[in-house]
Design a protein around this ligand. Structure first.
Ligand SMILES: Nc1ncnc2c1ncn2[C@@H]1O[C@H](COP(=O)(O)OP(=O)(O)O)[C@@H](O)[C@H]1O
Ligand SMILES: [Mg+2]
Length: 314
């Protein structure tokens, strides 16, 4: 692309591919002053930009499924579900990318990983996409979260426009090699959550079947509808009851109530299972830590539902 320095009129031809997605300014090598990188600027006459036809998806080509696991409330099983759904899909033979968008960066710990880089470096363009991914298991890769995601939030906030697409743009070069991209979100509602909702197409909401089960759900759903106005492709696909304890009478009442509203989208519950809370300390998924326990059985059922294939992992 051709950029003309507004201060000294020096022409710069810059390969668009080499401009990080997040870059907004460059410094003129002639006069040393900064100028805006307006990527919609006219293409250079010397190096005409190649006009690529949009990729044509052939019949049978797989399309990556982008699924987010989200609810503003904490402690409802978002990370537990992200880990065990991703690793279950990977065990079933799908290529899976798990993205941790929480500043606590727990997903890597839960999988026994110590990643050198993650989502932050991908978004800032500091490292190549390949360097940002950590291989976790056969068929499973992780884009780690962690404290430095705070910098990504600031970067999103500073953008005058298009901030909500920051994560989606950064993920474009990596997503197509996967069958599933699973995104774990942090509690609360912040610029990263909004970015995730502008990226995923399918939403899974875990609902903990405790005393406060439905608290926060309707407010969260209202926020989701406000995003759906701009992104109609964002679909509430699964409601996953978690921490089911059949001894608690209220549980079946709550399940009936949710079932009436959500019908088919209601998944079989994940039972309260102490093994699920022990596995992360060993850096293991539930299938590695206690493959025969209720928690493993319940998450296998979820894998079958999400992949829409009852024959998987049985
Ligand atoms: N079905 C379950 N049975 C027992 N403990 C669970 C279950 N699901 C999650 N936990 C534990 O509950 C805590 C919160 O779960 P977590 O997945 O971290 O929630 P979130 O990501 O929504 O904050 C963790 O200690 C986790 O190990
Ligand atoms: Mg979590």
């Amino acid at each position: 692309m051709l950029f003309i320095c507004p201060h000294c009129n020096k022409k710069h031809t810059i390969d668009e591919k080499k401009i990080p997605a997040t870059a907004t300014k460059a410094r003129c090598s002639n006069c040393g002053k900064p100028f805006a990188l307006n990527k919609t600027q006219q293409p250079s006459a010397e190096a005409p930009a190649e006009k690529k036809a949009p990729p044509v998806k052939k019949e049978g080509d797989s399309v990556v499924r982008k699924l987010g696991i989200s609810l503003s409330k904490g402690g409802v099983g978002k990370s537990t579900t992200s880990i065990n759904l991703s690793s279950g899909l990977a065990l079933a033979g799908f290529k899976v990318l798990l993205i941790d968008t929480d500043t606590q960066g727990q997903d890597s710990f839960m999988l026994g990983l110590k990643p050198k880089a993650g989502l932050t470096e991908l978004v800032t363009g500091e490292l190549s996409p390949k360097e940002c991914l950590t291989k976790a298991r056969d068929n499973l890769w992780v884009l780690a979260g962690g404290k430095n995601l705070a910098g990504v939030k600031r970067l999103i906030d500073r953008k005058d426009y298009g901030g909500e697409m920051t994560v989606a743009e950064a993920l474009k070069p990596v997503e197509n090699t996967f069958d599933f991209v699973i995104v774990d979100t942090s509690p609360g509602w912040d610029p990263l959550t909004v970015n995730v909702l502008f990226y995923i197409n399918e939403l899974l909401i875990p609902v903990a079947l405790d005393i406060m089960a439905l608290q926060g759900l309707s407010e969260f759903l209202r926020s989701i509808s406000s995003i759906q106005k701009y992104r109609p492709e964002l679909e509430l696909k699964y409601i996953l009851p978690t921490f089911e304890d059949k001894r608690v009478k209220r549980t079946s009442r709550i399940l009936n109530k949710i079932g009436k509203i959500y019908g088919d989208r209601l998944c079989d519950p994940i039972r309260y299972n102490v093994r699920l809370s022990e596995a992360p300390a060993y850096g293991k998924t539930i299938y590695e830590y206690a493959p025969g326990c209720n928690g493993a059985q319940d998450y296998r059922e979820l894998v079958r539902k999400v992949a829409n294939d009852p024959s998987l992992l049985s």
